[in-house]
Design a protein around this ligand. Sequence first.
Ligand SMILES: [Zn+2]
Length: 300
Amino acid sequence: MAAFKGSKHPPEPAYQATPGSILHADREFYTSIINAERTSIESFVLPIRSGRAWKVPEGHIVRISTPEGPQVGDVNFWNLHNPRERFWASRTKQLHASHVSTFDRLWSCLPYLRPMVTIIADSLGGKDGYGVDEWGGRCHDLLGTRCDPYVNYMLSGDSYDYHCHSNLTRAILPYGLTEFDVHDVINIFQVTGLDKDGKYFMEASPARKDDYIEFFAEQPLLMALSTCPGGDLSTWGWGEGGEGEGQEKKSMLDCCRPLKVEVFKITDSKELERWVAPQSPAYRGAHGMKVPTGETGRDT
Ligand SMILES: [Zn+2]
């Protein structure tokens, strides 16, 4: 008899919560935030193949857009006052999906486990968005991570100093953080998937001029962004761009474009009145450890 493989019925998503759980963003509230009056308090364009970090007050909106067309961005998040609380891509993937969009939240690592941001707008999402392509590719990737000089050297023997890991490292130095603070990213405007053998693949970014994604800051944040040196990824590895007949294969540099970052304050304060800063789960079990703190704490 053949070995039993898998269940007889399609498995259910493993991480589900009851209605009203913090897992589910309050759509009515975030829709009111999207429509609220806002004022820009910071705006910059990040050039190709570079990195920059910036602060975001809680209750503000961050919009990242593609002013010149397709370009992948690698984003990190930390609590501004406690950088040990930082984005946890793996758990976010389990709680929501491998690729995220409007009303999904990006969660922080243990022992904090609370939303750092909620995605409130995504011009590549929704019913008219990118969806899922014929290869199973989807946009705004949590499956992969940042490109880095170590894996590049390991695979190719080449040294290159402007991978996303390095761009993020340089970006956070002015804020007292180091390479060890860089963590797994969300790859915005990036299409990825797993093939039939479970192997990770990347496709060209579908972003058009002025596509955007917006994050609502659920806590005071330090954010950092890298404009990936792979640009729109159309020529990365066995990429699919520029290989038409009679056409020179494009270089990766030709596929690189800037990204724009804007931070907005919500000026219609009524909309924000309903917002409550997310709390960490109230677990107080100390992992089963009953460790005395000293002689006075001993069991007698
Ligand atoms: Zn990269």
